[in-house]
Design a binder for this molecule. Structure first.
Ligand SMILES: Cc1cc2nc3c(=O)[nH]c(=O)nc-3n(C[C@H](O)[C@H](O)[C@H](O)COP(=O)(O)OP(=O)(O)OC[C@H]3O[C@@H](n4cnc5c(N)ncnc54)[C@H](O)[C@@H]3O)c2cc1C
Length: 815
């Protein structure tokens, strides 16, 4: 066979010869997969990769994302030795400057988070920043950060080096070969059609950059990304500019600056971006550029001139405007598509594709080879999206906002504003009329708090006490002392039913779900490593019918996990009923009194104990009432058919007036659940944690066989490497914690805070966080050590405990 002839079969076919496709190919061959084929419609790098600036900034918001970029930097530094192809890697470090006091607070938080993540990072003064970057004006900056391990590369050279390494390992790369169709059978991808013939394949990997949405649509896979214009200019030579100059980032001015052939490359992330490619991305956009747009670039140029006066006299040699793909949440997309087995995606890199490629390529290759990711990749997991995210109108509106997020202040509880509302509960208008301030999760509008007036229903972002603090405090207090109603309609809900449903569920769940009908149980879904894939509540409605209730963000992920573990021919079906039922949580010591006013059903502990689920009627509507709580009080969650939700809510509010009923939003729920030490999936519970580390071993039943059992048995008798603790700080004038803070034990860094809020019942900060144990048992003496958390540079003493700070004996719940 001539070398240029396409093979008819390959183990893996990769679509796209940008930096991502080449990295996936490189890492697949490192795993011993020889029969790897990469197809590129034009030439390698001709999509977005060739015009990238090449910045490699390592510190990310999520520890595992930082790990990916750290690995990229290491790989780019070493690749030349292996392949004899230079990558242009230079570890020049980066300087970030702050123009505002709020940004300085952020830098202090980032500095502590970097310690928690093991990334070298220094807080430096404006004078020191000026010493590192003498061209910079410093009289208007208030503080700076120095990241010595950041660097830069030549993106085209990195890609060629990865491609060469892949070829050296046996991969074959075919340029000028466009994929025109994805072949699949019975829900499994099995090959591609191309402009040069058909290739059968075991695995197909979509690394088609901004074309990845279109490639996904060839086989019904949602890849929610949209192109936006991204631009920089390059100047001629400027005195004192040399290759060792650090990267400069001035996020308050939206700009980044890099040395380029003795001149400066100035780019940035303007607050309102310009979407591109609304009629689809042209196929023949090889080494394509978009027209100069000085109007769009103006805000960046003005700010660059403020920071670098030398630019006034510099000649602009190049205006580079290229399209890059952005996603609904500014994180990239990877993993096996939930719609099609053996079809993987790595795309939508939001302008950090060069920095991420090494780590992302390795992580995806591991995922492909093992069939599941080897670490928590939830921030970038394709299953965080649902088909509605693929809508072009939604994406266009959203990416206008997303590009600017890179340098926008990452305020606590920051909400995106574009493309909303998308999904609303049947109570939306009623709650809006009561001055609800909504946030958005998985497209759902959810009330965060209720303000006394329309004018007060707003989010004023702050590191200190926010404007909504008193409103959430009132909702918190009402839940603890009277009764509140929270609209939890966004919960993901599934009906799992059929003859085999009970036995299949037992295998999936770590807890004993062989329940009598009318009972609920809290359980983990674990993987073979014994770590969390999900946590959910299982309610047995009757012999062969279960209601599964899980977190708002987990609908796609949990459905995928369950579906892929059903054996062929299983007599059980899973139906997503999230949009069929509203959920009203009636919580607080007067919850039973309130329900008694609107239903004939018996609600006492004999007939309706904690954990029971009963069909009852309210306002003529038949619904399920489940006696469970996420706030630590006596309470009932009502699962109401959407068409009846308004009537049920009205009846409850009317009957509850005399009992002091009020609405409760998600900010109050967050502080209530943290006082109770309740864990949240994605923060405390992830594929990096097992039930022993999470302190949830009580919800594991070893008397039945379940996925992850063997791994958990092996972990059972050893002290866990880290352990989740509740942390409370009640000293007056303590600054607020928001999650991500460094935890110290006896002065030594041991972990970070996963969730934090102000606990109005405990009167201070209430948080959860993992701490390294050093292999010693986590007992009373371990937790009695001196614990502190670092809040933007202030060491705050905290009391650590294994038990919930509020009602550890669970008396309230069982009242
Ligand atoms: C101006 C600018 C500056 C940037 N600066 C940086 C930076 O400093 N640091 C950083 O980390 N990132 C930066 N980026 C982002 C970075 O360039 C991208 O994230 C990255 O290149 C994406 O790589 P990719 O492989 O996903 O996409 P691409 O490079 O676009 O590769 C996808 C390939 O798939 C091919 N393809 C598509 N459809 C098919 C098909 N049907 N059949 C066969 N082949 C197909 C395309 O031809 C293309 O070559 C910048 C981007 C821009 C625009």
């Amino acid at each position: 066979m001539a070398v240029s002839e396409l093979p008819t079969h390959a183990r893996a076919v990769i679509i796209g010869g940008g930096v991502i496709g080449c990295s996936v190919a490189y890492h697949l061959v490192k795993h011993g997969w020889r029969d790897v084929v990469l197809l590129e419609q034009g030439q390698l790098t001709c999509g977005t990769t060739w015009h990238a600036a090449g910045l490699v900034g390592q510190l990310r918001a999520h520890q595992n994302m930082t790990r990916l970029v750290q690995y990229s930097a290491k790989l780019y530094a070493e690749l030349e030795r292996e392949t004899e192809q230079a990558t242009g890697w230079k570890q020049c470090g980066s300087v970030l400057v702050a123009r505002t006091a709020e940004r300085v607070t952020l830098f202090r938080r980032v500095h502590a988070a970097a310690r928690a993540q093991g990334v070298a990072c220094e807080l430096i003064s404006p004078r020191e920043a000026g010493e590192k970057y003498p061209l910079m004006r410093t009289d208007d900056i208030l503080g700076a950060l120095w990241l010595p391990h950041d660097g830069k590369v030549n993106p085209a050279d990195v890609t060629q080096a990865l491609a060469k390494g892949a070829r050296m390992g046996g991969a074959r790369i075919f340029e000028r070969t466009r994929v025109t169709a994805i072949h699949h059978k019975d829900g499994v991808a099995n090959g591609v059609a191309t402009t040069r013939g058909i290739i059968a394949a075991e695995v197909v990997i979509n690394c088609a950059g901004q074309w990845a949405k279109q490639v996904g649509r060839m086989c019904g896979v949602t890849v929610p990304l949209h192109a936006a214009e991204h631009m920089y200019v390059v100047t001629g030579r400027i005195a004192d500019v040399h290759p060792d100059l650090p990267i400069l980032r001035d996020p308050d001015g939206y700009i980044y600056v890099k040395e380029e052939v003795g001149g400066l490359l100035v780019g940035g992330f303007e607050p309102v971006a310009k979407p591109w490619g609304m009629d689809g991305i042209p196929e023949n956009f090889e080494f394509g550029m978009l027209p100069d747009d000085w109007d769009q670039f103006q805000i960046l140029m003005e700010n660059a001139l403020v920071r670098l006066p030398a630019l006034e006299r510099a000649e602009i040699k190049t205006f580079m405007n290229g399209p890059e793909s952005f996603t609904p949440d500014n994180n990239f997309i990877m993993g096996e598509a939930p719609e099609l087995k053996n079809f993987y995606v790595a795309a939508g890199f939001n302008s950090i594709g060069i920095a991420s490629a090494g780590g992302a390529g390795r992580a995806l290759a591991e995922w492909i080879v093992a069939g599941e990711p080897s670490l928590d990749l939830w921030p970038v997991d394709i299953r965080r999206f649902a088909p509605f995210h693929g809508d072009d109108g939604f994406l266009k509106a959203r990416v206008s906002e997303v590009l600017g997020l890179h340098y926008k202040m990452p305020w606590p509880n920051r909400e995106l504003q574009s493309a909303r509302p998308l999904r609303v509960s049947p109570l939306y208008d009623r709650l809006a009329a009561q001055h609800a301030l909504f946030g958005s999760k998985m497209g759902w509008e959810r009330p965060n708090f209720f303000a006394p007036s329309a004018a007060q229903a707003r989010l004023d972002y702050s590191w200190a006490r926010p404007n909504w603090f008193p409103h959430a405090a009132a909702e918190h207090a009402a839940t603890r002392t009277a009764v509140t109603i929270a609209d939890l309609t966004s919960f993901s809900k599934f009906l799992f039913q059929g003859t085999d449903a009970p036995i299949l569920l037992l295998r999936l769940c770590a807890n004993d779900v062989a329940l009598p009908p009318g009972t609920t149980v809290y359980t983990a879904l674990l993987n073979a490593r014994g770590t969390y894939e999900s946590d959910l509540t299982v309610a047995r409605l009757d012999a062969e019918r279960f209601l599964l209730v899980t977190g708002t963000a987990q609908a796609t992920r949990d459905a995928d996990w369950i579906a892929r573990h059903l054996p062929p021919g299983a007599r059980a079906t899973l139906t997503d009923v999230s949009e069929h039922y509203a959920v009203l949580a009636v919580m607080g010591p007067r919850a039973r009194d309130l329900l008694a006013r609107v239903t004939e059903a018996r609600l006492d502990n004999v007939v309706f104990p904690f954990g029971a689920i009963r069909e009852i009627a309210i306002a003529g509507a038949a619904l399920w009432a489940s006696r469970r709580t996420y706030v630590g009080e006596l309470g009932f969650e009502l699962y109401v058919p959407v068409a009846r939700a308004g009537a049920v809510y009205d009846a409850l509010m009317q009957a509850g007036a005399a009992l002091g009923v009020r609405n409760c939003g998600y900010y109050a729920i967050e502080s209530l659940r943290l006082e109770k030490g309740y864990r949240a999936w994605g923060r405390e519970l992830t594929p990096d944690h097992n039930p022993y580390e999470a302190g949830l071993a009580f919800a594991v039943d070893f008397d039945h066989d379940f996925i992850g059992r063997a791994a958990l048995l092996a972990a059972r008798d050893k002290p866990p490497a880290r352990r989740l603790l509740s942390l409370v700080a009640t000293a007056p004038d303590t600054p607020l914690a928001h999650g991500g803070e460094l935890i110290l034990r006896n002065g030594e860094p041991v972990g970070d805070v996963t969730s934090a809020a102000y606990g109005h019942s405990v009167g201070g900060i209430v948080a959860l966080g993992y701490v390294a144990t050093g292999g010693v048992p986590v007992d009373a003496s371990f937790v009695s050590a001196r614990f502190e958390i670092d809040i933007a540079g202030t060491r705050v003493p905290v009391r650590a405990s294994l038990k919930a700070p509020y009602d550890p004996a669970r008396r309230k719940i069982k009242a």
